[in-house]
Ligand binder design. Sequence first.
Ligand code: CA
Length: 443
Amino acid sequence: MIMQLDHTHDAACKSWLESADAPGCDFPIQNLPFAVFRRAGTGEAFRGGVAIGDQVVDLGALSRAGLLNGLAGQAAAACAQPALNEFFAMGPAAWRALRHRLFALLESSVFASTTNALRGCLVPQADVEYTVPARIGDYTDFYTSIHHALNVGRLFRPDDPITPNFRWIPIAYHGRVSSIGVSGQKFRRPLGQSMPPGAAAPAYAPCAGLDYELELGIFIGQGNAQGEQIGVDAAQDHIFGICLLNDWSARDIQFWEMAPLGPFLAKNFATTISPWIVTMDALAPYHQAWTRSAQEPQPLAYLESPKVRAEGALDIQLEVWLETAQHRSRGDAAERLTHTSFKHQYWSVAQMVAHHTVGGCNLQAGDLLGSGTISGPGETEAGAIIELTRAGREPLKLANGEQRGFLDDGDAVIFKGWCEKAGHARIGFGENRGEVLPALDSV
Ligand code: CA
């Protein structure tokens, strides 16, 4: 079955809220992404909200306002909690019922009495703070961009840059949940062991190769029972939505520690996600055909289907921006390092979910999958600084005169994402921002 579009994807529809109709707005009425928020600096309970224009629809207030009933009402009541797991577990019918009801309430032709009631449920985005939107039980980080794998592999193994399994398996490792934070996260540069070139013993010091990884975060909606599989064609119905994810990485620590069991301290000190989750319903117009060239191995049967071929790729535009402490102190604009699209990814989101469960692993509502670093084919499409600077050997020269081989203390890395296509509304993901603080004094 090919992705279904409905009236909520109609680009001609406007909201009565003017800010939602502004050109370039990330949150028009066709988007309606979910977050968990409260008024900043208050002791209010966190609760679910939906973005529209420059406002948040407070789903706790909305569920008490008597504007919803039936399945949409039950869904909004679930969203009034401080984590969205129960809502995720309700499944696609409930997600769609709430989306359709919110669309009807926010659409420009609705009665004035309704807009007046709804205005009482709006909180300006400028006045809120966010938290991680679900209790994340497990976090899995994939490695699914062949351009990233080749760019990094060529730095260290020029004759054999990519392991043979990459072309057959959506490779992943199980990650760390406790250090996942929401946009605005600040974290200390990690300390750890690394093996300097030519040294006889490792050094213990602050990380000297701090990097970001441009990724998408995929939130699981309904899970599966242990011992059962989610087939590649059913995967879409098990995914609630997608956010922007930064898998901060300590490269010098990583290269020393990861043989033979994979990343550990190099990845577990911080992971930053954007607050807004864009739903799979909102992303429906931006699916594309997924292709695998005839020169490459074709997927095994459990990762293959006509549906994957027809719509497995997602055209999500992505940017990486770097804002240094000097940018901030002088009031200069951040500098864009990268612009690419998720459509280049070697493995699709559905294939990641199918592979994750093929051995009987049970996914649960609120589980988070990282897509793996997203790098496109071009020179300016790399999703990590290690690729842009060839492991620091060719530092980036910034417009303000600064140079970077890896990240410095005070650097903030900002991801942006959006989808646009002729005949459809532009929808955005908002921003994912994280900032590097100096390391603790080392012992
Ligand atoms: Ca990663």
